[in-house]
Design a binder for this molecule. Structure first.
Ligand code: PLP
Length: 408
């Protein structure tokens, strides 16, 4: 079920204080999720490295910092953001691919964990920052990734990671270069609410770690289960129970590695950590009745691209009309000159009036972060609903000056 934890009074109060559209994020919800996550994995040395790309705002990253999490960065700009906020050393995981080599240098200067995406990255790392004693390798098993008979992903078609044979080769080479211990990272399914995903992946990674330890005589120090745990975007869909997931990872851990192996578990969740705790608040500006009935709102795909890009479902409700019958069929559109700029297609909603506040759910991850400026439609503000009940603007809306700033 999409997250209905905030009452409509809160969305309305935010819209009184700030012009629409904006994303509203719930600090309390994010903190609780982090605490649940830590508790669920407390059976082993554990750290969550929040995937910065999901919600790259320092005021949000600060919450993760205060709760004892690290950051997963995959670009220079994300490293700079982490650095400016005082993240360093083991609090940063650098998981990039096909990146400019200088980014390794920067990550090494910060003392970050380096996650190698390819065997050729070894030479690059040697030349840009040097080989540390502990490295992480990103594993791609190839083929299909099945969970309980369902195909969850196609690692064979994915650009990421290193093959099984290359894992051994890479580690033997790294050993000659002074590496003493290694972590294994793997990311085989995205946005999956199938609770067996993490346990299944964990088993693969734990077993591989043990095999590689035997083959190379290096120490397997951590399993990085990365991101991919999904959220219930659809009504009726169940939320992933992180305690059950943690419990099943614990069973694999004890079975494969042993209770006191000391092997750490790291995660790089993005969507699961903040996705349900963000809402895009927008206002109904137009209604149009032609071959279909359209509601035009003041937000567009520049603030939330997932529906246009993936045909992704985001639940929508009209503020103050939660309990009204959904008796009218609409497409909900933004103003881009691009016919895929629709937040919903053929959606039953209560009858809307001009000026109604509309709340688009689950925009707390991969929402504004994926925004763009096509058509000169600028990206909107971000507002944090704080634990003390007040609102704080944590990113202002873009202005035409921002848009023109790069022109020469
Ligand atoms: C995108 C990404 C994540 C986060 O994925 P979610 O689906 O948001 O959990 C984690 N790690 C890496 C390397 C990524 O690219």
């Amino acid at each position: 079920m999409p997250n209905f934890s905030l009452s409509d009074d809160i969305f309305a109060a935010a819209a009184q204080q700030f012009p629409t559209p904006f994303h509203l994020y719930d600090e309390k919800g994010i903190r609780q999720r982090i605490r649940d996550m830590k508790e669920a994995f407390s059976f082993a040395p554990f750290k969550e490295y929040f995937a910065v790309k999901a919600l790259p705002n320092p005021r949000i990253l600060e919450i993760f910092q205060q709760e004892g999490c690290g950051l997963d960065c995959s670009s220079e700009v994300e490293l700079i953001m982490a650095e400016k906020m005082g993240f360093a050393g083991e609090d940063i995981m650098f998981s990039a691919n096909a990146m400019p080599p200088e980014e390794f240098l920067h990550a090494r200067k910060l003392g970050a964990y380096i996650n190698l995406d390819d065997i050729s990255d070894i030479d690059t790392l040697r030349d840009f920052g040097g080989i540390p004693e502990e490295v992480c390798l990103r594993y791609n098993p190839g083929g299909e990734f099945n969970l309980g008979g369902a195909i969850m992903g196609q690692p064979g078609d994915s650009k990421y990671g290193i093959t099984r044979a290359q894992m051994t080769q890479a580690l033997l080479r790294l050993k000659e270069m002074g590496v003493k211990k290694f972590g294994i990272h793997s990311f085989l399914a995205s946005n999956t609410t199938e609770e067996s995903y993490y346990p299944t992946l964990a088993k693969i990674v734990f077993e591989l770690g043990k095999e590689l330890e035997q083959e190379t005589d290096l120490a397997f120090s951590f399993a990085n289960l990365s991101g991919g745990v999904g959220i219930p975007y659809y009504p009726g869909q169940e939320d992933s129970n992180i305690f059950r997931i943690g419990e099943n990872v614990r069973k694999c851990y004890e079975e494969v590695l042993g209770k006191d192996s000391g092997v750490a578990i790291k995660t790089e969740l993005g969507r699961f950590m903040t996705g349900p705790f963000g809402w895009l608040v927008t206002r109904v500006m137009h209604e149009k009745d032609i071959h279909k009935r359209y509601l035009g709102v003041d937000a567009c795909a520049s603030c939330l691209m997932r529906p246009a890009m993936y045909g992704a479902y985001h639940h929508i409700h009209l503020c103050g009309k939660r309990n009204d019958a959904c008796d009218t069929l609409y497409d909900v559109t933004g103003a881009l000159c691009e016919n895929n700029d629709k937040f919903a297609v053929d959606r039953m909603l209560p009858k809307a009036n001009m000026g109604d506040l509309m709340v688009i759910h689950d925009t707390g991850a991969h929402g504004l972060a994926m925004g763009y400026q096509y058509n000169g439609r600028l990206r909107c503000a971000e507002i944090l609903y704080r634990e003390d009940g007040t609102f704080r603007m944590i990113r202002r809306a873009e202005t035409p000056e921002d848009y023109f700033a790069t022109l020469l």
